[in-house]
Structure formats: C-alpha cells, structure tokens
Design a protein around this ligand. Structure first.
Ligand code: NIG
Ligand code: FE
Length: 408
C-alpha cells in the first residue's frame, strides 16, 4: 500500500462506503485514508499499516458511522416570500393546480423573488441550505425558476453559486427558466419559450452560471413540444438537461428527457412503462421527491417496482421549494421514501449518495467512499446507516469533511 501523501486517517469507523457487494458497502470496523482533497484508500481497519505515515493525522471514530457527504440533487431553495396562505387554501380544499391557475403558486413566488435584491435572496437561501448542511449534505443542486426573465434568472443563479461559497459546499446550478409562464407573457407561452431559447439560455451559458437546464413539463406549465425546443437549444450550448416530468399527469416527459440523454427525470408519479424503458436505455436517473408527494397529499405513487424491473437508478431529493415541498430536511425525505414509497433504507441512502451524484453528472468524483473520489465525508452519532433513515431528528453529524477538510 502506498501511504505517501496521506494527510489524514479515520479509523475504527463503521464505513458505509456505498461500494462493493455488502449491504450499504459496509466495512466495519473500517478505515479511510485521505490525501489532500481525495480519498486515498478505504478498507478494513485491520489492513491499515501498523505505523501511519509521518504527518498523517489519525482519528479513532470509536465505531461511529462514516458515510459519503450527502447529495441533495433537486432543490429550488432561492426564493423570497412565503406561501403559507396557500397551505391554508389547500387544507380548505383547493388543489395545487387550482391555486396555480388562479395566479397563485409559482407566480406568487416569482413576484416576491423579483422584488428581492440579490443580497436578500442570498441570505434567505443560505439559511435554508445551512439546514441541509447541518444534516450532512455537502453537495446541493439549486435551480432558478422564480425569476422568469433574463435579469432575474441570472440573479437567482448568481445567488445559488454564492450559497456554495458562503457555506463551503459544492453547489450545482440548474437553469429552470421554463418553470412557468411569467405574467408579462400570459397567453403567449410560445413567445416566452423563444425568449428562453434566444436570450436566457445563451446568456446563462456565456456567463458560466448554469451547469444544467431543467423545465416543467405539465398541463399547468409547458408542453412536450415547448420542452423539446428548450432541450435542443440547451444541448446546442453544451449544457446537460433534466426534467420535471410526470408529476401531476403523464405528458410522456420522461421519454422526451431520455431522448435528449437527460441526466435525470424528476417526480415521475405518473410515468408509464414506455417512459421507464426509455430512461433505462439512456441511463437517465429517476429522482423521486417524497416531500412534494406528501405535501400535496398525492395518491398516485411513483412506480418503484417498474423502475426496479428496468434497473433505473433512483435518487431521492428534497425538492426544497416554497410551494410543494417547504421542508428543509433531506433525512426526513429518506424516511418518507421508505414509509410512503416502500423503498428500503439502503436504497434511499444510495439515492442521496451514488445515484444523486449520477443525477448531477458527478458519479466519477462523488457519491461513495472509494479511492480517487473527493473526500466529502460525514461522521455521525450513529453506528448503523439504517439509523439515519429509520428514525428522524435523532442522528446528527459530529464531523463533516468537504474535500478532505473540516467544514467549519
Ligand atoms: O418541483 N413542479 C414544479 N416545481 C416545483 C414547485 C414549485 C412551486 O410550487 O413553487 C416542484 O414541485
Ligand atoms: Fe422541483
């Protein structure tokens, strides 16, 4: 074993590596060696050299659980305003779609977000993201989609990038200009899509502010033909795509996304077998969002069995947003994925590590504890990985490492 370059060793841990054939990739007692920003070695504690290289700091985890840094691969956490009134309306019987059609929903958040300056938005977003980080999340995807014009979409993306710098975590930004038709384009959705393709997308790409492009394919949002135009333009600009697909109805968005080699198709409650088959063929990750399902009191479950049968990788994310998922907890989503969707704790943990990394195009560098990957690691006051999922509000990180360094 080449130990040169080791800067740090965490030993005597219950390492849920997410790699190999054991459940959770568990190595217990296990050890992880770090060289600078990367994982240099992971394996059984007994295989560590008797004498660690000089200069490496060695820590005894005393049997504590060590996982990869968690990855929340779908959030909309930059917004202003509050939709608590809509919560009350929905409890009184209005549906999410009713509220959207009456000018509430996304449109109401757009109004408040446009009125907020970048500093204010950043402060709000940092507060929300820090809740996720406190749960061991070291990589967050953040979408725009509450600006809906050039200046405001770029404002959201800049704020999203700044969240990463402020908290010392990895942020991947996604341009979601095709989230809703803005008020000034009411009744002219095709004209707005032209503005998205001709102005907003190229400007975001030129400024290097978007890592990917997303759209909302739904009766209350955009048609498959409109999404097709956005995706075609995105790919001309060299940007990866992903899609809000089949959340409230089957628009065949998953198959459309797969045709464009999308990184992920998200929500998917109403996806059919043709859509799942297309996703399997293109390697598109299914991102399931239990909080939105729960919060909107949906009854149509995503077809887990179908996704399994076609071996589509499943990621779990918070969807943190003001309207359909105002729940700033990824761990609660893991519990809900088990209780509501009947997934196993092991599957859900893979869903916020390995498969979430794939949903962001980061599978080669993050999402598991393996030599060569970036040393984003979390030590917990728990011993078994299922504890993170089977109970809520109990296990907490005792140490978070991002790129091999303690997150302060
Ligand atoms: O992922 N589906 C569309 N977008 C969000 C909800 C946004 C909102 O209601 O503000 C979602 O559920
Ligand atoms: Fe979403």
């Amino acid at each position: 074993m080449d130990t040169s370059g080791w800067t740090r060793v965490i030993r005597n841990a219950s390492v849920a590596s997410g790699a190999g054939s054991a459940a959770y990739g568990l190595i217990a007692p296990g050890a992880v060696a770090i060289a600078g920003e990367h994982i240099a070695w992971a394996g059984p504690d007994a295989e560590l050299p008797a004498r660690p290289p000089a200069g490496a700091r060695v820590e005894d985890a005393k049997g504590a659980l060590l996982t990869p840094g968690l990855i929340d691969c779908h959030t909309h956490l930059v917004w202003a305003g509050s939709r608590h009134r809509e919560f009350e309306q929905r409890l009184a019987g209005a549906s999410y779609a009713d509220i959207a059609k009456a000018g509430g929903g996304i449109a109401s958040t757009v109004k408040a977000t446009r009125a907020a300056n970048e500093d204010k938005l950043l402060a709000l977003a940092v507060k929300r993201a820090s809740r996720l980080v406190a749960e061991g999340v070291t990589t967050i995807e953040i979408k725009s989609g509450y600006g809906l014009d050039l200046a405001n979409e770029l404002k959201l993306l800049r704020a999203a990038r700044a969240v990463g710098e402020r908290l010392g975590i990895t942020v991947r930004t996604t341009l979601l200009a095709a989230h809703a038709v803005p008020p000034e384009y009411q009744g002219r959705a095709d004209d707005y899509i032209r503005c998205v393709c001709d102005e907003i997308l190229p400007a975001a790409a030129a400024a290097g502010l978007a890592d990917a492009v997303d759209a909302f394919c739904e009766t209350i949002a955009f048609t498959p033909a409109q999404v097709e135009r956005v995706f075609t333009r995105a790919r001309e600009l060299g940007l990866a795509v992903k899609l809000h697909a089949e959340q409230l109805s089957n628009q065949h968005g998953a198959a459309l996304a797969a045709r464009h080699n999308a990184l992920s198709a998200d929500h998917l409650e109403h996806v059919d077998e043709a859509g799942v088959r297309a996703m399997a063929a293109s390697g598109t990750v299914a991102v399931l969002l239990p909080a939105a399902f729960y919060f909107l009191r949906e009854t149509q479950l995503p077809p887990i069995e179908l996704l399994h049968r076609h071996r589509v990788p499943i990621a779990i994310a918070s969807d943190l947003n003001p309207g359909s998922a105002p729940i700033a907890s990824l761990l609660l989503n893991l519990n809900m994925a088990c209780t509501l969707f009947r997934m196993t704790p092991e599957e859900t943990l893979a869903g916020v590590t390995r498969h979430a990394a794939a949903a962001l195009g980061l599978a080669a560098e993050r999402g598991s504890i393996e030599a060569g990957k970036i040393a984003d690691l979390v030590l917990w006051d728990a011993e078994h990985p299922a504890e993170l999922v089977a109970q809520y509000g109990m296990a907490r990180p005792t140490r978070i490492l991002r790129s091999g360094k303690d997150l302060s």
